[in-house]
Ligand binder design. Sequence first.
Ligand SMILES: Cc1cc2nc3c(=O)[nH]c(=O)nc-3n(C[C@H](O)[C@H](O)[C@H](O)COP(=O)(O)OP(=O)(O)OC[C@H]3O[C@@H](n4cnc5c(N)ncnc54)[C@H](O)[C@@H]3O)c2cc1C
Length: 497
Amino acid sequence: MRSDVLIIGAGPTGLVLALWLTKLGIKVRIVDKTAEPGTTSRALAVQARTLELYRQLNLTEAVVARGHKVPAINLWARGESAARLSFENKDQHERVLIDRLEALDVTVERRTELVSFAQEETRVIARLCGPDGQEVDCEANYIAGCDGARSIVRETIGTGFPGGTYRQIFYVADVEAAGPALNGELHIDLDEADFLGVFPLAGQGQARLIGTVRDERADRADTLTFNDVSDRAINHLKVGVKKVNWFSTYHVHHRVTQHFRKRRAFLLGDAAHIHSPAGGQGMNTGIGDAINLAWKLAAVLAGRAGDNLLDSYEAERIGFARRLVATTDRAFSFVTAEGRIADVVRTRVAPVLIPIAIAFAPVREFMFRTVSQITLNYRRGPLSHGSAGHVHGGDRLPWAPVDGVDNFERLTTMDWQVHVYGSASAELAAWCTAQNVPLHLFDWRSEYEVAGLARDALYLLRPDSYVALADGSGAPNALDRYFTEHGIRLAPPSPRS
Ligand SMILES: Cc1cc2nc3c(=O)[nH]c(=O)nc-3n(C[C@H](O)[C@H](O)[C@H](O)COP(=O)(O)OP(=O)(O)OC[C@H]3O[C@@H](n4cnc5c(N)ncnc54)[C@H](O)[C@@H]3O)c2cc1C
């Protein structure tokens, strides 16, 4: 059986890729070497941009309902909660993705491991080892390496994993506990150069402790137990632990592979980039990779675009991954810096300055926009053209709800579409009808101008809802030029969306 795309790894990245491709009518096969989906070691924070993009999979509500909102972060210094930053966040959702995929008749093939693969001119041949220990070869048009930090797909295509490894060892402990830090909010201890955070989990008194260990204790990471590392949680954050459900230690790296694509093989998620968990970005970035690649693969497989569309995947995602690795590195270096000055900044200056800065709406907005990934854009990318108002090709469309009309409600399909805020010319309307591209019109309101949109301009949106083209003239010949230049042919709406 030949599949269109063979997905290696059913972590969040592989699952989202499988879901998107299946919705677009592509035949996928998804395998994972583990017997069960991960329940303990996975990411906590789902960022706002991911939830926005999930609207296209009709997943947002299910993920939010099964998650836990984190209403605030508390910074602790010298045994006291020194500052409280209010915000919202969500957790855990891998199960929701698996359920959704099964509803579309796609089952993750578990205990099935990629052993090796080879690329030929028109196909990939992969050797898989199944639950019975037998090795079999299978064929696919493309292979997607969503196989995490130790990716075999990456090793096979030889794109390297340059970067470094932090000196500290991290530990994670899922606990049942009591105390002021178990109030459903997130608590971070700034006292020492060892990082410690208490992340609430769904369920009364349930939390995940994430901390660092170093020096001589880090050298015996393999034998560390929760008792070796729990003093600080108890003394500084007053966490009374009743039961430890899970404890593990691990090394954290900051690395980005040199290429996200080699011929018919792609790297996504942790297989392509890893960094410290500070900021809760890793899984969200993997999901962003999957959504970026899925519609391109679908277009090429359907014969509606040339192979060069697939090159834009690396061009659009690698720069973001590199910036993210650099930023999380700076944040992590700050919380773990050693020495007297660093201690004073962390325990005395930061708890005073951060709330003052955060009280300032523009700073709060900047932080939200950065962490939530909504400022991520593909400006200057190969598929991005023009600007109108403050919106450039490659941007996320500004969210502009007006009188109960939410312009993002139109973004639930996975096809090209045109938005006009104001009025559209008859030529543009005729072009959209002829090409079967939905044209969404929004009566002009000053709120749209505030959001950065220009009156009567046309905004062409890609299947992943990023702005492809912004054109102030609103004339359809800009659309013709766009599709011709990129060799993309439009098609009827996808069968399963
Ligand atoms: C403690 C901790 C907290 C974190 N918190 C956050 C957070 O709050 N927010 C966030 O966004 N990120 C967070 N991260 C990062 C996040 O967990 C990862 O970025 C995310 O899991 C990556 O997803 P992935 O699907 O790319 O890879 P993975 O989740 O690693 O999945 C890879 C899958 O591939 C399978 N696999 C590997 N090799 C093979 C093979 N040869 N054949 C078949 N299957 C294979 C594995 O079994 C695995 O299921 C955190 C990480 C840690 C360790």
